[in-house]
Structure formats: structure tokens, C-alpha cells
Design a protein around this ligand. Structure first.
Ligand SMILES: NC(=O)c1ccc[n+]([C@@H]2O[C@H](COP(=O)([O-])OP(=O)(O)OC[C@H]3O[C@@H](n4cnc5c(N)ncnc54)[C@H](OP(=O)(O)O)[C@@H]3O)[C@@H](O)[C@H]2O)c1
Length: 271
């Protein structure tokens, strides 16, 4: 069992690689979670919307791991952001996951019809009751993130981020404000392997393009990654990324991916 490094965010340690669980359900989800924990994963990402918290909870239970050794994240759906519903949803999340607390709860997507202070106020109450340790946002634009930071003590922003998508503005904000920036879809759902530049870097190091993408991400301050897999070989591969280093030539190759490949930051504020 390998030990996954951590990053310190606001005096809290967070494992730099977590398991993403979107579209995992039933036994496949339960087994992926349990296999990941056996391999050394200590960070799991789920959401109310994934409708798999029960399976994630069972997968955790199967391993017998001490709860405090895990960093567990869930998210509240954008239609559920009024104060009472946020509280009800998190209580339901805790029950489904069979846990007394969540390490992190994110607002999954912004909702332009509900003022931000409402869900953030509810999350503060949940934090005061020690049902959640930290809270944050996901799929927020830089402007919305600024607004959130002005209202409450945000711990994290989760956005799509990988070598094919520029997120400089959000990344710089995360680094300036000591926020965990969790990269979702860090493998671009498999697309990182389509590009010669990433394949060449991988070949040079005897690694796969997926491993190169993950290493490129976690080498950036404040960034953690949550690749999804239910394949035991992939689960292992995605954490075996600490026995090589990307050098200047590698970084230049990745930075110079063709312009038509590098998408711009989508407008996250539009739901
Ligand atoms: N906040 C949000 O709005 C949001 C949105 C999207 C995702 N997320 C989170 O981020 C997680 C990851 O994102 P994602 O699932 O969209 O995409 P991803 O992690 O970039 O890619 C997952 C895909 O890559 C494959 N894969 C994983 N490791 C591999 C490897 N080593 N070699 C080859 N293929 C590999 C997986 O298949 P196998 O299962 O066969 O390995 C799966 O098809 C989600 O599960 C979810 O927890 C959050």
C-alpha cells in the first residue's frame, strides 16, 4: 500500500489524489471505493446528484478504515440551495454515507435565482454544528468565487482542470487565498491520451499519458486531483505518479499544445 502525499490548505492536510465517483453506482461503486482505499487512497469525492452515497458509504465500511483517516467530500445540487434544503440534504448525505461528518461540502453549481449568502449561511451553520469541517464551491467563475470569499470562509473550489483546459485565473485565485483547487475530470475523461505532446512526455518517462496529466496537475500549488476509475489497474496507475519528475522540456511541450486544443474557461456562472 503506497502513501499518497498531502497538501496543507488552511492548516489542514488533504491527500493530493482522491477517487472521483461520478457515474459509479451499485456494487461497481462500492468495490471501486473499497479497492481504492486498500490501494492507499484517502480522499473520496461524491455528490448528492451522483445518487451513490449509499454505495460509497458501504465501500468505506467494507475496508474498516478509521473515519478520521479519510477526506470525504460531497456536494449539494444547485436546485437545493435554499437554507432549509441545504441542511436537509447534508443530513441525508451523512445518513447515506453512514458518517457523522463530511470533511468538505461544495455548492455543486451556482444558482442565479438564490442569493449566495443563503447556502453559504446554511453551510456555516452546519460547520458550527460540526457536521461538516469545511465548505466551498464548484463550477464558479472568478467573479462568483470572489463574491463567495467576501461572504464566508471558503476552503475550496472544484473545477474542470487538465492540460487541455486553461484555468489560470481560478488557479491564481486559489493560490492567493489558500484554497484547495480540486481538478475534476483531470484526465479530460480520457482525452489527454489523444495528444502527441503528452504521449511523447509519457514515453520519455516510461509512464502513461494519464499519469503525466495527473503529475502535471499536482505539481501546481494548491491543486488536488480526483480521477474516476472502477478498474483496479487504472486505480493503481493513477497513484503511481511519484517516481518521476516533469522537467522544463516536458512542461514546455504540454504548454505548447496546439491552440485549438486548449479550450478557454467556460462560463461557469451560466447554469
Ligand atoms: N464538480 C463537478 O461538477 C464535477 C463534474 C465532473 C466530474 N466531477 C468529479 O471528478 C471526477 C473525475 O472526473 P470524470 O469522471 O469526469 O473524468 P476523468 O477522471 O478525467 O476520467 C474518467 C475516465 O477515464 C478513465 N480512466 C481513469 N483512469 C485511467 C487510466 N489510468 N487509464 C485509462 N483510462 C483511465 C475512466 O475509465 P475506467 O473506469 O475504465 O478506468 C473513465 O472513463 C468525477 O468522477 C467526479 O467525482 C465533478
Amino acid at each position: 500500500m503506497s502513501k499518497i502525499p498531502t497538501k496543507v490548505i488552511q492548516d489542514t492536510t488533504v491527500p493530493v489524489i482522491g477517487l472521483g465517483t461520478y457515474e459509479l453506482e451499485g456494487d461497481e461503486c462500492r468495490e471501486a471505493v473499497s479497492e481504492a482505499i486498500h490501494l492507499g487512497y484517502r480522499h473520496i469525492d461524491t455528490a448528492r446528484m451522483y445518487e451513490n452515497e449509499e454505495d460509497v458509504g458501504l465501500g468505506i465500511l467494507d475496508t474498516g478504515i478509521v473515519r478520521d483517516d479519510l477526506f470525504l467530500t460531497s456536494k449539494v445540487w444547485w436546485e437545493d440551495l435554499d437554507e432549509k434544503t441545504v441542511i436537509n440534504e447534508i443530513e441525508a448525505s451523512l445518513e447515506a454515507l453512514r458518517t457523522d461528518y463530511l470533511d468538505l461540502v461544495l455548492i455543486h453549481w451556482p444558482n442565479p435565482d438564490i442569493p449566495l449568502y443563503e447556502p453559504l449561511g446554511a453551510l456555516e451553520m452546519l460547520q458550527e454544528s460540526e457536521l461538516i469541517r469545511y465548505f466551498g464551491v464548484s463550477n464558479f467563475s472568478a467573479d462568483l468565487l470572489t463574491e463567495a470569499i467576501q461572504i464566508a470562509s471558503i476552503f475550496s473550489i472544484q473545477v474542470e482542470y487538465h492540460p487541455l483546459l486553461d484555468q489560470t485565473e481560478i488557479l491564481q485565485m486559489a493560490q492567493r487565498h489558500d484554497l484547495l483547487m480540486t481538478s475534476y475530470s483531470p484526465l479530460a475523461r480520457g482525452d489527454v491520451a489523444k495528444y502527441d505532446a503528452i504521449r511523447e512526455v509519457a514515453k520519455r518517462h516510461g509512464k502513461t499519458p494519464y499519469q503525466v496529466a495527473l503529475r502535471w496537475l499536482i505539481d501546481q500549488p494548491k491543486v488536488a486531483v480526483i480521477p474516476k476509475s472502477s478498474d483496479p489497474t487504472h486505480l493503481r496507475e493513477n497513484i503511481e505518479i511519484f517516481d518521476f519528475e516533469l522537467d522544463g522540456d516536458d512542461l514546455a511541450k504540454i504548454a505548447n499544445l496546439p491552440g485549438d486544443v486548449k479550450k478557454v474557461n467556460p462560463d461557469f456562472a451560466t447554469v
